[in-house]
Ligand binder design. Structure first.
Ligand SMILES: [Zn+2]
Length: 588
């Protein structure tokens, strides 16, 4: 992808892949490579490898692999040009002005920055409203009742969208055309007449920033009884609900430092917790957590305390989020807050009523998810066999998602004790569940595992890195058609062409010419521990291939003879057979 001489190529030459990937994944030196836990699949033992000199990464578990740009594209969910920019910035390489980008990219980038600019202007507008208008005063009073003073309002950029219906529209109209206004999500178009109006009206606004702190959307709470109570920005070119966690931009440092996150449901909860001095809090801003949000969080920590609302929706959301977090190998605890008086309390209410010290204390004591789930199961009617079965069935899906066998076994004992069910019966059910999990894994994208023969693997490796004799070796292989018909034929073909050119072989460039499964196999081979290649070894590998080629031909000839013993060309076939057998015998 990085064309020679291009800016991308320059960045790639200068970028240290170990350092860039190391910012996302803790890496340890292992032999000539670096190794860590794969960010693309859940695992306990590291199978994710980074090669410092070939500048590639490869996961032996899930088969993901590529160069530094591919990695950043996967992690940041961004396009190639954006990945170049990110890598360049991380490595302190000056990014050229936009004129070097393609017209489409430039247009897209410009459009994105226009949307970001519109959100910035809307933010200023909303803040002015809450600070200086009569309506804004009512909003401040409402927030004051919920314990948010002017300091807090300023700190979290809380604003107000007035009731008029077109105040923001009038403010933005002079600068932006209708199409952009509607696409930004700040303005809506009425269904029949096509008239434009503000999306947020008579609502308190909460700016939602992306990870780097740019406002990309708003969440808005109705001031009166308007429905819905909470209204968010729609999906736009700069905002996707499932990619953003509220407060992430401010939580990053604390997440790294404390190495755990508190996950809450809404912005009011996140604000309340952050104001209590606990900065490592993020909100999913929707009832349940989405996979990209988990990946985003996983870049900072793998330990989470889930503190969702205690209502039924919150409980369901907790349980759904738990499943996902477990699948991604997070260490999860659950904080279920006790009622305040006779009211079930969300984090915001709880901290207001009982204070932050009480909250901190409960946070420290938050039990592992196992205990939370067992406690939930015990609330079911356990006096009948049917009731117990329901309780066990409630727990089974979670057990299924635990990647670790020992942990699963510990669960069995605890569930059996706590629910008073027969342990062997329970274990049978659990192992059945575990098997079902395995059958799920099978349906995942094809895993690596095509066993190319050692000789082929060795030759591929030599073609990739034996600078001294690669070209010579490629000629041998090509002239004798030695790799035709092998399962690795396409890999050989690509490497032979690259080697004959006399230029150094770039793993990612060869990989880019191959189908995904061949690309995986190539990377797998490149990461194997291996000795320095020698010409003698190359020759003995070539002989082995010649031998196999002769065997294959012999089998073909034999089949032809048997298929039609009366054919006129029988004589020729028999001679060929003799000659092949002589060759094979001589080689022995
Ligand atoms: Zn992986």
């Amino acid at each position: 992808m990085a064309e020679a001489g291009s800016f991308a190529d320059k960045v790639k030459q200068q970028a240290d892949i170990v350092r860039v990937i190391g910012e996302y994944v803790p890496l340890k030196k292992a032999g000539q490579n670096f190794r860590g836990l794969c960010p693309f699949h859940a695992e306990k033992t590291p199978s994710f490898n980074v090669h410092p000199t070939k500048q590639i990464y490869h996961c032996f578990g899930c088969g993901q692999g590529g160069d530094v740009f591919k990695f950043v594209m996967e992690m940041e969910k961004c396009a190639f040009p954006e990945a170049i920019r990110i890598v360049a910035e991380k490595c302190g390489i000056a990014v050229p002005r936009q004129k070097e980008r393609s017209p489409e990219e430039r247009k897209e980038n410009q459009q994105r920055s226009v949307f970001v600019e519109m959100h910035r202007e809307a933010q200023t507008f909303f803040v002015k409203q809450i600070e200086g208008t009569l309506e804004g005063k009512a909003a401040r009073a409402y927030l004051g009742d919920r314990g948010l003073d002017m300091d807090a309002i300023a700190r979290f950029g809380i604003g107000y969208a007035p009731s008029g219906g077109d105040a923001l529209l009038r403010h933005l109209k002079a600068k932006y055309n209708e199409k952009l206004l509607v696409e930004s999500g700040l303005v809506s178009r009425d269904q029949n007449g096509g008239r434009l109006f503000d999306r947020f009206r008579r609502r308190i606004t909460f700016p939602i920033s992306n990870e780097s702190g740019k406002i990309v959307a708003f969440g808005a709470r109705a001031l009166g009884d308007d429905m819905p109570k909470y209204l968010n920005s729609p999906e736009t070119p700069i905002y996707s609900k499932s990619n953003v966690l509220y407060h992430m931009d401010r939580a990053k440092e604390a997440l790294r430092r404390q190495d755990f996150a508190i996950l809450v449901e809404g912005y009011m909860d996140a604000i309340a917790v952050a104001r209590a001095g606990i900065s490592n809090v993020v909100a999913s801003c929707g009832t349940s957590l989405a996979e990209p949000q988990i990946k985003l969080l996983g870049r900072f920590t793998r330990r989470v305390v889930v503190n969702y609302d205690p209502d039924t929706a919150g409980q369901t959301a907790t349980e759904r989020s738990l499943s996902l977090l477990l699948e991604h190998d997070f260490e999860v605890r659950v904080l279920a807050l006790p009622p305040v008086g006779d009211k079930k309390a969300d984090p915001d209410q709880f901290i207001r009523e009982r204070g932050k010290d009480e909250y901190l204390k409960l946070l420290k004591e938050a039990p592992p998810y196992v205990d939370y789930l067992i406690a939930r199961a015990r609330q079911m009617d356990l006096t009948t066999g049917e009731g117990k079965l329901r309780a066990v069935n409630f727990l089974l899906p979670y057990v299924q998602r635990i990647p670790n066998r020992i942990l699963r076994s510990e669960w069995a004992t605890r569930i059996a004790q706590q629910l008073r069910v027969d342990e062997p019966v329970l274990r049978a059910a659990l192992s059945k569940a575990a098997n079902e999990r395995r059958s799920e894994v099978k349906t995942q994208p094809e895993l690596v595992g095509r066993a190319a023969k050692p000789v082929e693997r060795r030759l591929i490796r030599m073609l990739a890195e034996a600078e001294g004799f690669r070209q010579e070796l490629a000629k041998h292989l090509q002239n004798a058609h030695l790799y035709h018909g092998l399962e690795t034929e396409k890999i050989f073909a690509a490497l032979v062409i690259a080697s004959l050119s006399g230029q150094p072989v770039q793993a990612t460039e060869v990989g880019a010419l191959l189908e995904e499964r061949d690309r995986r196999l190539l990377f797998e081979i490149l990461f194997e521990e291996a000795n320095e290649p020698t010409w003698e070894e190359a020759m003995s590998c070539i002989e082995a291939l010649q031998h196999r080629q002769a065997e294959r031909e012999l089998a073909d000839v034999q089949r032809s003879i048997e298929a039609n013993p009366a054919a006129p060309e029988l004589r020729g076939l028999l001679e060929k057979k003799q000659e092949l057998m002589r060759r094979l015998a001589a080689a022995r």
